[in-house]
Design a protein around this ligand. Structure first.
Ligand SMILES: Cc1ncc(COP(=O)(O)O)c(C=O)c1O
Length: 309
């Protein structure tokens, strides 16, 4: 049995090969200019059913297609082909643990930043255990001095590798100044999102999250939590958020396929709510983890057994 280790196999340009043998050409637009689009799909292991479940795969593949369309790459693979590739790489590694799948579309040959072919793909499994919240899960954040990229410059709704350089500047600044992570404001000085995750706050018991036109990636986890909140009889407001509203919020958390639910317990050294992981954050996180591996059948429509791809 192979578990999540460094000897992993990767699906690379149509073949399953050892990850350390997968090479992108040095003169490719991807290596030179960071031209790629990608998805990070979480797959959760359920020990009771001995199954690995991909979470919201259809939505991730749809966003991959949309990212390709916006960045000017014609995706030469249909859903069935990508699903088979995912199955092949998971079977090759015989995973029996939680993982993330990085599905990356890149331009492989020699070319420039405006080249659009040849289009290639890799699918890399990455070891990633789920982050069950504890009392010490709270993170410190700062409001970044860097502004979130805008739809009019480098559209954040495209999940492109190059967009993450905006997150990099903000993250490095945050860590340099003693914080765990940054929160961006957009050009309108309203709250946008984190460097790799969307944001919710709880205000008077109501969940509030910025609109999809607030310079955010249209997060699948954000969408999931908006739907889940109904089952938990929680109200959600989707609207602009001022910076100072965050300081006065009862709870703040970030969310994403990688971030899952990440509680933020201080911002700019101002304590958020009680200064510890909030009740609603914990409630949503527990519910989320029940759904993602099929333990709670309410999420059955969102999970796909990797064996069935
Ligand atoms: C900038 C940014 N925002 C939000 C998210 C969350 O998106 P999703 O929930 O679809 O993973 C991510 C993670 O992929 C991200 O990189």
């Amino acid at each position: 049995m192979t578990t999540c280790d460094s000897s992993r196999a990767i699906w690379f340009c149509g073949k399953i090969i050892p990850a350390n043998k997968a090479m992108v050409p040095a003169l490719s637009p991807t290596a030179q200019f960071g031209l790629n689009v990608f998805e990070g799909v979480r797959c959760y292991w359920n020990g009771d059913t001995s199954m690995l479940y991909a979470f919201r795969l259809d939505e991730h593949l749809k966003r991959l297609e949309e990212s390709c369309k916006l960045i000017g790459i014609t995706l030469p693979y249909d859903n069935a082909y990508i699903r088979q590739a995912i199955k092949d790489v998971c079977v090759a590694n015989n995973y029996r643990c939680d993982i993330a799948l990085r599905i990356t579309i890149f331009i492989g040959g020699e070319g420039s930043w405006h080249s659009s072919d040849p289009v290639d793909m890799f699918i890399a499994p990455i070891q990633k255990a789920r982050n069950i919240l504890s009392d010490s899960s709270g993170r410190s954040a700062c409001i970044s001095t860097w502004e979130r990229i805008a739809d009019s410059a480098l559209p954040p709704r495209v999940k492109a590798g190059a967009n993450y350089m905006n997150g990099r500047y903000a993250h490095l600044e945050a860590v340099r100044n003693g914080y765990d992570l940054p929160i961006f404001l957009g050009a309108n000085r309203k709250v946008s999102e984190g460097a790799g995750a969307c944001l919710f706050m709880v205000k008077n018991g109501v969940l509030v999250t910025p609109t999809v036109t607030s310079s955010i990636l249209e997060s699948i986890t954000r969408d999931t939590l908006i739907e889940l909140s109904e089952s938990l009889s929680l109200t959600v407001e989707i609207r602009d958020i001022d910076r100072t509203e965050l300081y006065l919020a009862e709870e703040v958390f970030l969310c994403g396929s990688a971030a899952e639910l990440t509680p933020v317990t201080s911002i700019d050294r101002i304590s958020i709510g009680s200064g510890s992981v909030g009740k609603i954050t914990k409630q949503l996180s527990d519910f989320y983890f029940g759904l993602v591996d099929g333990s709670n059948q309410d999420g059955a429509d969102w999970i796909t057994s990797v064996n069935d791809l």
